[in-house]
Design a binder for this molecule. Sequence first.
Ligand code: PEP
Ligand code: MG
Length: 593
Amino acid sequence: MDQNQRRVHILHGVAASAGIAIGNAVLLDTKKIERYPKIRITKELIEDEVNRFYNAVEISKKQISNAKKQLEAQHVIKEHIFILETHLMMLSDPSLINRVKQLITDDYINAEWALKISLQEIEKDFDPIGDEYIKSRVADTTFVGERLLRNLIGKKTDGFHMLENSVVVAHDLSPADTAMLNKEKVLGFATDVGGLTSHTSIIAHSLEIPAVVGLENASSCINPGDKLIVDGISGIIIVNPSDSQISEYEKRARSYFSFELKLKERSKLPAITKDGRYVKVKGNLEFKDEIKTVLDHGAEGIGLYRTEFLYLNRNDIPHEEDHFQAYKTVVETVSPYNTVIRTLDLGGDKFYSSLGELKNEMNPVMGLRAIRLCLKEIDIFKTQLRGILRASHYGNTSIMFPMISGMEELSKAKDILEETKNDLRKKGIPFDEGISVGIMVEVPSAATIADMLASDVDFFSIGTNDLIQYALAIDRGNEYVNYLYEPLHPAVLRLIKFTIDSAHNVGIPVSMCGEMAGREIYTPILLGMGIDILSTNAFAISHVKEMARRINLEQCQAITEHIFTMKTAKEIYDFMNREIMEHAPDIFGLTRA
Ligand code: PEP
Ligand code: MG
């Protein structure tokens, strides 16, 4: 298309990785293959067809291993290397390989058709799973399946030619796709699908490349070579911008860059409000390999170590030693700072065959999840607790139970912990006798009886991701009701305030480890309500610290008092917007949520 005919238009999506990029669109064909041969074969062809499939598996393994080597050489954080390892494991998973072979052999169908049926079966198994994290791992199966299919059909999957100043536009990006890109030339990402926890977002974050995801139809309405502005702060893509838009965004990009640089330089300094109150900011951790990144970004400890990764993508239950080794590494590295290890928060997990009976829950987010699952599968729970307790001998550790909904659950969990401690004592295995024990407050019932729960624990950590979802009856991963997912809803704020007040009445600290803790627009309100610790992802730490430095605790308390007179989230948001623009326009103007 002639440049003159190109129209300026704006696409709206999810701001997945902050920053601004201006470049030229390069389209990657990563769309699902909808058309593939479906052929009935004769008995004589079965062996050839099975071998053709095995061959595609081997080629796929080689491609992924190469991608993994490239990533390792680039020294990016290990999270997406782990994802590629997961893909390699899937390619060796006998349940997929044998199922395809069985379909070819028993149903006399070609390999592509057999593969597609097997993948559909697997994807269907994921359907009832509500957990956002697990849902985003469905993408792993899709990526592996698509790669196999492409290799069977003979479509090109290896390597993409990149020009200077490219903005990669794709339906979705797998870690393997990304590994094959020449990062020096890629300035930004724009994808049709994905949310904050999708691979593209994770990768864009770790490469510190601006990205907008969930654009729905970017790959069909952007043409190769289109000029693009990726605004990873507001979550928009400007297609074929005018000259004035380009110069405006060039200016914004420069100020964003120097602002980020300034924040990075200060990220390891403590956050102290203008009137001298120290605000502890910790990091959230999902994979032990992220520790360095989290600490480098200025985390003063780990406020949430999610341990689910130990249970995923394996057919057996993690052993005590698996737990111990993973936790010991983190605890030792983070000490003298504290690490809060959260016990298992999974349910209805398809990957976890020993819990296969849970697969068909109608509503798994409200089902046998987290602590409920642990109280049913006591041996699994005790194995993890032993691992945590043993690791506590090596550094400053706390234990945290997720999804506690009432006193009985808490007391059962604590009894099991006590039994586990006794077992260790009898065997003379050392652990920290003074280890602190806390709970996530993420179920509205727990927040409502926070005054009762507070006397039985050493700390609270507010999990706003779930608390908001349950309090407002909004599925946190559902794009149709996203607009109702409001952290500033008065009901949510009341639950948070009551939780904090109840804790302080008995002298225990309160942390917040949900996403709300990492958005600086909420920092003044949270400090005003009296939160003691904020725990967030690595990339938000410097922002939250900086916001805390710009404000005055007394002012925050006044702000909080005032917003409690307001009746809607919008009213509160607009008010906060004005307040922050007045006190910290540079931060908020550049990093608006
Ligand atoms: C939360 O619910 O806020 C939380 C931190 O836990 P997760 O996101 O792991 O459910
Ligand atoms: Mg939660």
